[in-house]
Design a binder for this molecule. Sequence first.
Ligand SMILES: CC(C)(COP(=O)(O)OP(=O)(O)OC[C@H]1O[C@@H](n2cnc3c(N)ncnc32)[C@H](O)[C@@H]1OP(=O)(O)O)[C@@H](O)C(=O)NCCC(=O)NCCS
Length: 85
Amino acid sequence: MARAEVLIIGVSKQARRRGIGSILLKHAEEFAKERGAYCLFMMTYAEDYDVIAFYGKNGFIPVATLPDVYGQTLEGNVFLRKIIR
Ligand SMILES: CC(C)(COP(=O)(O)OP(=O)(O)OC[C@H]1O[C@@H](n2cnc3c(N)ncnc32)[C@H](O)[C@@H]1OP(=O)(O)O)[C@@H](O)C(=O)NCCC(=O)NCCS
């Protein structure tokens, strides 16, 4: 079965915290589901606590980390996944 991934998601600074990001994410979820994907992956910088909170609020679970992507002095990436039901 297929897996899907959203590479980039963004909402203008002045329009954040009004539910728009969640609507976009839900749309991506439905889009992937209709095409037979059983899960949706997201990836972000591991120190982006706000973004990780946003994904968590939307039901995404951290499933993997990849350290040293940006060098030894920075955090790497965290991968989050949601099983689409
Ligand atoms: C991440 C992003 C898309 C969220 O969009 P948004 O429209 O602000 O998100 P929502 O309004 O749907 O937020 C839903 C919930 O997520 C959580 N959340 C969202 N932004 C948050 C923040 N800055 N800090 C803490 N929690 C946050 C909250 O629980 C929020 O619910 P609440 O407002 O009722 O508390 C937006 O902040 C953004 O464009 N960031 C810059 C780009 C980026 O980093 N993209 C992700 C990596 S590709």
